[in-house]
Ligand binder design. Structure first.
Ligand SMILES: Cc1cc2nc3c(=O)[nH]c(=O)nc-3n(C[C@H](O)[C@H](O)[C@H](O)COP(=O)(O)O)c2cc1C
Length: 330
């Protein structure tokens, strides 16, 4: 594997440098401010993303909390926007830049029907000219870099990912993240890293490889296959906010990282729950359920703990369950 270098993005007046080449995926419903705060404990310099933001809503003044929170972010934070209307994208990108975004990412991969039916997310993979127009207009309107996250195409028979990516580069995209699946594939099969390598070979801008990277070994294999400039990790980090830092540490410093033990997983879950409840009240427990369910795994008694946690009726009961588990583990 080639030595990874910092990734320089010139912007349109405001340049940015990514010192960490292991990047946290935008994850709707997961990568909120509290999750990101935990990820930064192990990966303070990594680029993290907001959950995707509906550009039209932001233009109309809704959903602003996702960008208003940026001021509290202590490391590089990309705002990911989705829509198909260039003017809405421009307006939202300007708002996000003013709120402190490190860069703006445009979503051209989301397979969710509610979004693609209206022309946003992966639907743009079928509209290369519109996709380029959006990138061109947004890049001109803001001074920070514009990046794009794509899939390999709408479906295998109609897609030409190299030509699509080249078009985005010509339009002003300064980095492209490629999830190595088509829209039609959803999350089935395996990510096609070979196809990402073809894009990397044909473009001059940095390429980030994404899809099916679960640990440092996968990251090394992916980097060797694709020759990409960095990797992005999604699902494997759900419930594992240490993973970005762990992979970065193992890739860069060749150090073995001690994965969290049972006690640490339980105290992390307790902290996560308390942070969510203090921000969102009882609703925080509903959000915390999935995180606790992902994190509290792989140790003796974890299955019973998860069984009880999903049944906890209020935050107080869930906190007590985790505190009692910690006493048992001490
Ligand atoms: C729960 C969930 C939410 C996601 N939300 C987004 C999103 O908001 N924006 C985006 O570009 N991709 C989103 N993705 C896709 C991931 O960022 C990533 O591209 C995909 O999961 C493949 O990477 P992985 O194999 O490392 O998970 C989401 C995926 C999942 C599972």
């Amino acid at each position: 594997m080639n030595e990874l270098s910092p990734i320089f993005l010139p912007g349109n007046g405001t340049s940015r440098c990514l010192e960490c080449q292991v990047i946290q995926s935008p994850l709707a419903g997961v990568s909120d401010q509290i999750f990101r705060k935990l990820v930064r404990r192990w990966a303070p310099k990594a680029l993290l993303f907001t959950e995707m933001v509906n550009a039209k809503s932001l233009e109309l003044g809704h959903g602003e909390e996702k960008v208003n929170e940026l001021a509290e972010e202590i490391g590089p934070i990309g705002v990911q926007l989705f829509d198909h209307r260039p003017d809405s994208m421009i307006d939202a990108a300007i708002k996000a830049e003013l709120s402190g975004a490190f860069l703006i990412d445009i979503n051209m991969g989301c397979p969710v029907k509610k979004i693609s039916k209206k022309g946003g997310g992966s639907a743009l993979l079928k509209e290369p000219e519109l996709a380029q127009l959006i990138v061109k207009k947004v890049s001109k309107a803001i001074s920070i870099p514009v990046t794009v996250k794509i899939r390999l195409g709408w479906c295998e028979t109609t897609s030409n990912p190299v030509s699509f990516a080249l078009g985005l580069q010509d339009a002003g995209a300064q980095l492209i993240t490629v999830h190595g699946r088509t829209r039609k594939q959803g999350f089935s099969g395996y990510a096609n890293w070979e196809a990402i390598s073809k894009i990397k070979k044909s473009l001059d801008i940095p390429i980030i490889a994404n899809g099916d990277i679960k640990n440092a070994r996968d990251a090394i294999n992916c980097l060797e296959t694709t020759n990409a400039d960095g990797v992005m990790i999604g699902r494997a980090s759900m419930g594992a906010p240490w993973l970005i830092g762990q992979i970065n540490e193992e890739l860069k410093n060749k150090k073995t990282f001690k994965p969290p033990d049972a006690k640490m997983k339980v105290s992390l879950s307790l902290e996560h729950l308390k942070l969510l409840v203090s921000k969102k009240g009882n609703h925080g427990l509903l959000i915390a359920r999935k995180h606790m369910n992902w994190t509290c795994r792989g140790f003796q008694g974890s299955s019973a703990l998860r069984h009880n946690l999903v049944r906890a009726k209020n935050p107080k009961d869930a906190i007590k369950l985790l505190e009692d588990e910690l006493i048992k583990l001490n």
